[in-house]
Design a protein around this ligand. Sequence first.
Ligand code: UT7
Length: 336
Amino acid sequence: MAKITAAVTGVGAFLPEYILDNFELSKMVDTSDEWIMSRIGIKTRHILKGEGLGTSYMGERAVKDLLEKTNTDPMDIDMVVCATVTPDMFFPSTANLICHKVGMKKAFGFDISAACSGFLFALTAASKFIETGTFKKVIVVGGDKMSSIIDYEDRATCPIFGDGAGAVLLEPNKEGYGVLDAILHSDGGGAAHLHMKAGGSAMPATEETVRNKLHYVYQEGQAVFKAAVTHMSDTAVEIMERNKLTAEDVRYLVPHQANLRIIDATAHRMGLPREKCMINIEKYGNTTAGTLPICLWDYESRLKKGDNLILAAFGGGYTWGAVYLKWAYDGGDFTR
Ligand code: UT7
């Protein structure tokens, strides 16, 4: 019997309306468009405004876009996995809330926390439910409202991040399309360099934690940069080699959008020119778990059935990894 693989059969996304550009940022902190463009590569980022709106709102909108494009009934969805580090609340899970808001009444949902690698971890975990024949339609959401945990008085972190969410539909395939391989890693030793200090069970919120700004992203940029370049390129090259893929065989690197210099270093190690990299960091910044599905959504119309994609990410945890995905449809074709 032919092996079942988990094919991506559609992609949706949501970016909030409000755009925060470098000019406006330079009025908030001591920075400039020139510094941000040359050191990171970001011009604008989208920010979710509106009282009471969290990551589940963006996830809901991304999933609705996905269901509409693929002409899928919400009642046919079996399971939803949401990768995020900015859940609406500790519990219930954001996936749970998205299921309710979209009317996916037969689906159950749960969240995965792996920061910027979250989408890779969620995609890999979700694909197992398809490969084993357990489920027929599974949605993977990646999204973060980073503006909710960013200190807009800290010039070292506030230019980097933005808000957004993307979602993919996974369905069984017997022709060899879909998620074909994954390499995932985590190293809790990296937590020291990138984390949020308070608000969890180890240091619950108090007036003092708020006063001391401990509910924001803490990042030692240079340490994270070095680890990101090393690990992202190592795993991307490893997954190419073990699947016997040359640079010619790879249609696109789909990299986490944290810093254009990290993307370039990874592509260089893989022997890929810029044209073979999905890059939208300039428009959206780093949306954490959102970057990879938002890239797929942005480039969908250029994708062809059979394209070999290498997804690669590095982020807080540390977490990192790469996924080999064979694209299952011609991107411009929404009538399938
Ligand atoms: O997605 C999660 C994983 N995260 C990442 O992958 C991020 C990895 N790290 C990075 O992308 C980079 O380290 C940053 C973009 C965060 C920082 O860039 P950098 O080239 O490593 O800068 P730096 O931290 O070494 O700072 C260099 C200088 C410093 O000034 P001095 O001490 O040399 O006078 C900073 O104070 O740049 C200064 N600086 C800024 N200047 C203008 C830091 N942020 C800014 C800013 N505008 N926004």
